[in-house]
Design a protein around this ligand. Structure first.
Ligand code: GDP
Ligand code: IMO
Ligand code: MG
Length: 426
């Protein structure tokens, strides 16, 4: 068996959580491979709305195994809140969830360092979610980090104190006031909870699952345009959000990757700072935000909104080796007389169709093609055949431009508002 991957092709919040939940019945195992509680993955069904940050979006399906992979960074405080909320909803978390020993821990001081670093950057701030992601991954690559497996070590407190001493030293270089004693009790409560869950050597388990004929869906967080290498650096997150990140973040060889579902909104959004070529600063942008309820699932911040950006989408498709596309939030585009799609950029006096090196200091200008809109409400549509012809043409247009099939069209936040068009499972 091969592992299929589902990941975002834009700047995050494409609707990954919703679709992973919808596809989970087709898989045995769901595994998160990177990111941490900067993610907010929303699931809606049976009148319930639930946001997950660290836990894979397959958790609501009894009998499915959910794995938090080695590439993830876990904040025990956020994690405990997530678990408590799930238990309250009656989810048997302890039975269905396991954690890689090699996943790294986010300490309270990582969060403080994130806040201090952002505050020091002033107007150049990244717009981080302030969840301690950057500092935790810095400690990982700097070879100072604490891992979930360290919790099983009797000397864990000493390891913790040694890393905190390093962090205090770093924090002393910022004018940043803090009281660590406020945060430590919740941190150690979270550590105790993690200890009570199955801690596994996930690279062995996941490869064994495949060998035994079990199917795996790997769930990405953030989006391809926030990738540490290929996003609009430095306005990115600190992990590899692309397909290659699945191999690293789960210990899975590239030859083990099957289908790659690339998920995108029918338009674009971004939270935080950084380039956004098709961003709309006008009433249309406001309308997209209002209709799409574009406010961050993790921070509540208003999301910046704009038209679909094809050069960026094609870039993400190339980086990920996408085999099928999933288009989200089509319902939000209902009611616009015309829709714009960015097909090219103007850059240094030329028309180009790729993402150049420095879009931070030398912004690109979008070149648009205008397409006909549709007015029909899509939220009750239950079959692709019932979609308005202008939307069918929008779909055809994107399929032609990308050379890939759009196999799922989403028309609302609920599980049921998902239209299938010949989805292939690897
Ligand atoms: P994720 O981070 O990629 O999982 O996405 P988020 O959960 O952060 O953001 C997606 C938002 O759009 C959530 O509020 C979803 O409930 C909602 N959503 C998902 N699909 C659709 C859709 O097709 N239409 C509408 N209107 N909302 C959707
Ligand atoms: P999901 O998984 C949207 C953005 C932040 C900021 C930048 C760096 O829900 O799609 P970080 O906290 O990683 O240091 O922030 O990345 N960002 C996200 N934007 N969705 C996310 O996750 C995000 N996770 C981080 O807003 O611009
Ligand atoms: Mg999100």
């Amino acid at each position: 068996m091969k592992a299929d991957v589902l990941l975002g092709l834009q700047w995050g919040d494409e609707g990954k959580g919703k679709v992973v939940d919808v596809l989970t019945p087709r898989y045995d195992v769901i595994a998160r491979f990177q990111g941490g509680p900067n993610a907010g993955h929303t699931l809606e069904f049976e009148g319930i709305k639930h946001v997950l940050h660290t836990i894979p979006s397959g958790i609501f399906h009894p009998g499915k195994i959910n794995v938090i992979g080695n590439g993830v960074v876990i904040d025990p405080v956020v994690f405990k809140k997530e678990i408590d909320a799930l238990i309250q909803r009656g989810v048997d978390v302890k039975k269905n969830l396991c954690i890689s020993r090699k996943a790294h821990l986010i300490l309270p001081t990582h969060r403080l360092l994130d806040a201090a670093s952002e505050a020091a950057k002033g107007s150049a701030k990244i717009g981080s979610t302030l969840k301690g992601i950057g500092p935790a991954y810095m400690d990982k690559t700097g070879r100072n980090g604490l891992r979930v497996g360290d919790i099983e070590n009797a000397g864990f407190r000493d390891l913790y104190n040694a890393l905190v001493a390093k962090h205090r030293d770093l924090l002393s270089h910022y004018e940043y006031k803090y009281d660590l004693s406020e945060f430590e009790p919740a941190f150690f409560e979270g550590i105790e909870l993690i200890k009570s869950l199955p801690l596994i050597d996930s690279e062995f388990e996941l490869n064994r699952f495949l060998q035994d004929g079990k199917s795996i869906l790997a769930e990405g967080a953030q989006g391809s345009l926030l990738d540490i290498d290929f996003g609009s650096y430095p306005f990115v997150t600190s992990s590899h959000t692309i397909t290659a990140g699945t191999c690293i973040g789960l210990g899975m060889a590239p030859s083990r990757i099957g289908e790659v579902y690339g998920i995108f909104k029918a338009y674009c959004t971004r939270v935080g700072s950084g380039p956004f070529p098709t961003e709309l600063h006008d009433a249309t942008g406001e309308e997209l935000r209002k209709k799409g309820h574009e406010f961050g699932a993790t921070t509540g911040r208003p999301r910046r909104c704009g038209w679909l950006d094809l050069p960026a989408l094609k870039y993400a498709i190339m980086l990920n080796g996408v085999t099928q596309l999933i288009m989200m939030k089509s319902d939000v585009l209902s009611g616009f007389e015309t829709l714009k799609v960015c097909t090219h950029y103007k850059y240094r006096g030329k028309i180009i169709d790729y993402v150049p090196y420095d879009v931070v200091n030398e912004p690109v200008e979008p070149v648009y093609e205008e397409l006909e809109g549709w007015s029909e409400d899509l939220t009750a549509v239950s079959d692709v055949a019932q979609l308005p012809s202008a939307l069918q043409r929008y779909i055809d247009y994107i399929e032609q431009a990308t050379g890939l099939p759009i196999t799922i069209v989403s028309v609302g936040p609920d599980r049921r508002q998902t239209l299938m068009r010949n989805v292939t499972v690897g």
